[in-house]
Design a protein around this ligand. Structure first.
Ligand SMILES: [Zn+2]
Length: 660
C-alpha cells in the first residue's frame, strides 16, 4: 500500500539520532504537513511513498536540527559590549545597567530576529530562551518559523519590562496563557537564579509552571561564588535549597550546573531536571567545568547551550558540541570520554529532552515534527571521508564540521533556509538596525564611564541623595580631655556607639571625581565584641571651596548607599587609579549642643598609625545654615577642650596624601 507525502527527501546520509543511533545510507525522510511521516532506507521509502515533491539531497547528511538548550537571544544586540570581566562585574556592572536603559519591545524583537538568522544559518531549529518582554521574543521567533521554549524572566530587581517581581509574575502568567497551544512556541517562566530571586519568587514561579504544566528555566550553580554565598546564607548548596522550596515540582530546565556534587546530580535525576551545559560561556567567564560525564552517567538529559551571545560571543552549536567533547576529555584525562556520537546526541535528542519537548523534536522519527537540516560533509576542511566505521560520520560533524556547512533548514515542515538562502529573514536590513543600536549604546557607555557618580547610579549604588556637612577635624595628642568634656553640662548625649572602621578609598586620575569609600563598620558591644557588621559605599565629592573662620569646612557632597557587592567587585568595576586603606577605632556620640544636633567622633587611627583625631560634624542644607553651624562647630571644638588654634585638617585622605 502506498502512502502519500508532501515531500520525500532522498539520496541522504540520514542520522536519525534516535536512541539506537539508527543510520540510513542512502536514506530518505518523508514529510507530511508539519511532521515526519517516515524515515528509512531510500529504496524502502521510494517504493511505498507517493510524494508530491521529491528532493535529492546530493549525499549530504540529513539530521535533526540542533537544539540550543540555553540562550538569551535578544542579547545579540549586546554582543561584544563588555568582555574579559568577572561574571558579577559583567552582569551587574554592564549588562543589567545597559539592559535597564535600552531593552524594549523593539530591542527584543530585533535582537531575536538577528539571533534567529544566525541560528538558522548554523543548523539550529529549536532553542530555549530566557529574557525580558518574552512575548516579543516568541512573536519574532514564530514569525521566523523557529521552534523555541520562551521563558519570561522574573527577578527581585526592577527589570526592563517590570517595576517589580509581582508585575513580572503577572506578565509571565499572561504570556503562558496566551501561548500555551502555539505550534512552535512553548511558553515558560524563568526565575533567573537563586542570587537574583527571593524564596517567594522561586516558590511562586514553580507554582505557576506546575499550574500550566510548562517548563521552568533557571540558572543553577553557575559559579563557585553562587554556591558559597548560598551556603553562607541558607546553610546548603543550591540544589537542596531549590528542592526545599519545591522548585523541582515543575519541569525544570537548569542552565550550567557547574558546581554540583554527586548527591545533587541524584536529586536532579530524581526530579527529571533537564540540564543545559554551556561550555563556551563557562570557559569565557571562568565559571568552571560542569561534571558533564557524571551527569550523563546518572542518566540526566544534558543538552548543550551557547548561553547569551554577550557571553560567548556567538550562537554556534558546532563549536559548543566540539568544546563539550574536548572539555570532557581534557578535564577527566580520558580521551575516550564523551565520544562524538554522544556529543551530537547532546546537541539534538538530549537537548530536546532537557527542554521537556523530546516528544516533539530532537530526532528524525515518524510522528515527530519535521525539524531537520542538511549538512555538507564534503568541503575542503572535512575531506576525505572514511567509511569503515560509521562513527566517523559523527566525528566529521562534531570535530570538523562548521556552522557554514549547513545548507538547508526545515522547521515544522517548512523550509527556513534553502541552498544557503534565508527565506524568512532579511539579514541586510537587520544588520543596519543593529549598528544603530550599537551607536546609541556606545554613546551611553562613553558618557557613563566619564563619571564615577553615573557609574555608581548605573549599578543602583546611589539611592540616597546628595547631602552636605559642616565638619571640623583636629588631631589630638590626648583623648582624655575630650572624654571629660563630653560629660559636661553644656551638651546632652543622645546616643553613643563604638565601632571599628575599615575604609578603602579609591581615588581617580581626575581629582574632580572625588573619592569612593568602601567602609566596613564593625559595631562593638559593651563586652568588646563585634555585634554587627555593616558595609557602605560613599562617593565623596571634592571638598567645596567655602571655608569659614578657623578652617571649619562646608564639606563635600556625598552619596551613601549600602555596599551590596564585594570590595573586589567595586575595584574591578570602578578601576581606581589609586587605593588607600585606613583602619580606625571610633567612639561616636550624637549630641545636642546649644539646640543643634552634632556628631562627635573620637578616632584612633591605627593604620596608618596617625594617633587620635576629634571630628565634629553636622548636616546642613543651605549656605546660611552652614555659616551658622560653622560658628557653632568652632565653639563646640573649643568646648571639647581643644586648643582654639589647633589646625583643622580636612580629611584623613588628605592627611594620607601629604604623608606619602
Ligand atoms: Zn544564561
Amino acid at each position: 500500500m502506498t502512502e502519500s507525502a508532501d515531500l520525500l527527501l532522498t539520496n541522504a546520509v540520514v542520522l536519525t539520532m534516535d536512541d539506537q543511533m539508527t543510520l540510513y545510507e542512502p536514506g530518505a525522510v518523508a514529510i507530511r504537513g508539519d511532521s515526519i511521516l517516515a524515515v528509512g532506507k531510500e529504496s524502502d521509502l521510494s517504493a511505498r511513498i507517493q510524494a508530491d515533491q521529491v528532493m535529492d539531497c546530493g549525499g549530504k547528511v540529513l539530521m535533526p536540527g540542533m537544539v540550543n538548550a540555553h540562550t538569551h537571544v535578544p542579547m545579540t544586540l549586546l554582543r561584544g559590549l563588555a568582555d574579559d570581566l568577572r561574571l558579577d562585574v559583567w552582569l551587574m556592572g554592564y549588562m543589567m545597567p545597559v539592559e535597564r536603559q535600552f531593552v524594549s519591545e523593539e530591542f527584543v524583537r530585533l535582537g531575536t530576529q538577528l539571533a534567529c538568522a544566525e541560528l538558522i544559518r548554523s543548523g539550529v531549529t529549536c532553542f530555549a530562551d530566557m529574557y525580558y518582554f518574552e512575548e516579543h521574543v516568541a512573536r519574532a521567533t514564530a514569525a521566523a518559523g523557529m521552534r523555541a521554549v520562551c521563558s519570561q524572566t522574573v527577578l527581585k530587581f526592577p527589570a526592563p519590562d517590570a517595576r517589580d517581581y509581582e508585575e513580572s509574575l503577572v506578565i509571565a502568567r499572561q504570556f503562558i496563557k496566551d501561548w500555551i497551544n502555539h505550534p512552535l512556541i512553548v511558553p515558560s517562566v524563568a526565575p533567573h537564579a537563586v542570587y537574583t530571586c527571593t524564596q517567594d519568587i522561586l516558590q511562586s514561579t514553580a507554582a505557576l509552571a506546575v499550574e500550566f504544566d510548562v517548563p521552568l528555566h533557571i540558572h543553577i550553580a553557575e559559579t563557585a561564588l553562587e554556591v558559597e554565598n548560598n551556603r553562607t546564607e541558607f546553610d546548603m548548596p543550591v540544589v537542596p535549597y531549590l528542592k526545599k522550596l519545591n522548585l523541582f515540582d515543575a519541569k525544570v530546565l537548569a542552565a550550567h550546573c557547574v558546581h554540583i556534587d554527586d548527591g545533587e546530580i541524584r536529586t536532579l535525576k530524581h526530579h527529571h531536571v533537564g540540564v543545559a551545559h554551556n561550555p563556551s560561556s563557562n570557559l569565557k567567564l571562568a565559571s568552571g567545568i560542569a561534571p558533564v560525564c557524571k551527569m550523563l552517567e546518572a542518566g540526566l538529559d544534558v543538552g548543550i547551550g551557547t548561553d547569551g551571545p554577550a557571553s560567548n560571543n556567538d550562537l554556534d552549536m558546532f563549536e559548543e558540541m566540539r568544546l563539550t567533547a574536548f572539555l570532557a576529555k581534557g578535564s577527566t584525562g580520558d580521551p575516550t570520554a564523551l565520544p562524538a556520537p554522544q556529543a551530537l546526541a547532546m546537541g539534538t535528542r538530549l537537548g530536546a529532552r532537557a527542554l521537556h519537548i523530546g516528544h516533539l523534536t530532537g530526532t528524525l522519527e515518524a510522528g515527530k515534527r519535521a525539524d531537520l537540516i542538511l549538512v555538507n560533509i564534503a568541503p575542503l576542511h572535512n575531506a576525505p571521508r572514511f567509511r569503515h566505521d560509521t562513527n566517523g560520520l559523527y566525528a566529521q560533524i562534531v570535530y570538523a564540521g562548521h556552522a557554514t556547512d549547513v545548507t538547508d533548514v526545515m522547521v515544522n515542515g517548512k523550509w527556513l533556509m534553502q541552498a544557503g538562502q534565508l527565506l524568512t529573514l532579511n539579514e541586510a536590513e537587520l544588520l543596519v538596525k543593529a549598528s544603530e543600536y550599537a551607536r546609541q549604546i556606545d554613546m551611553f557607555l562613553i558618557q557613563r564611564e566619564q563619571s564615577v557618580l553615573s557609574k555608581l547610579i548605573a549599578i543602583g549604588g546611589a539611592t540616597e541623595g546628595e547631602s552636605y556637612e559642616v565638619q571640623a577635624k583636629v588631631p589630638l595628642t590626648d583623648p582624655e580631655p575630650v572624654l571629660l568634656a563630653l560629660k559636661g553640662l553644656e551638651l546632652e548625649i543622645l546616643h553613643s556607639r563604638h565601632y571599628h572602621e575599615f575604609d578603602t578609598y579609591f581615588s581617580f586620575a581626575d581629582p574632580s571625581q572625588g573619592f569612593l569609600r568602601y567602609r566596613e563598620d564593625e559595631f562593638i558591644n559593651e563586652n568588646d565584641q563585634v555585634s554587627n557588621v555593616r558595609y557602605r559605599l560613599s562617593l565623596l565629592g571634592p571638598a567645596r571651596e567655602y571655608s569659614f573662620p578657623s578652617s571649619v569646612l562646608l564639606s563635600r557632597s556625598r552619596f551613601i548607599a549600602p555596599a551590596t557587592h564585594s570590595l573586589r567587585f567595586y575595584r574591578e568595576y570602578f578601576k581606581p587609579s589609586r587605593e588607600m586603606v585606613v583602619d580606625k577605632d571610633r567612639l561616636r556620640w550624637r549630641i545636642l549642643f546649644r539646640g543643634t544636633e552634632f556628631y562627635v567622633n573620637l578616632d584612633r587611627v591605627d593604620n596608618p598609625n596617625l594617633g587620635y583625631f576629634l571630628e565634629v560634624k553636622s548636616r546642613t542644607w543651605s549656605r546660611r545654615d552652614a555659616e551658622h553651624k560653622a560658628s557653632l562647630t568652632r565653639d563646640l571644638i573649643q568646648y571639647l577642650s581643644v586648643s582654639p588654634d589647633a589646625t583643622v585638617s580636612q580629611d584623613y585622605v588628605e592627611i594620607m596624601g601629604t604623608r606619602e
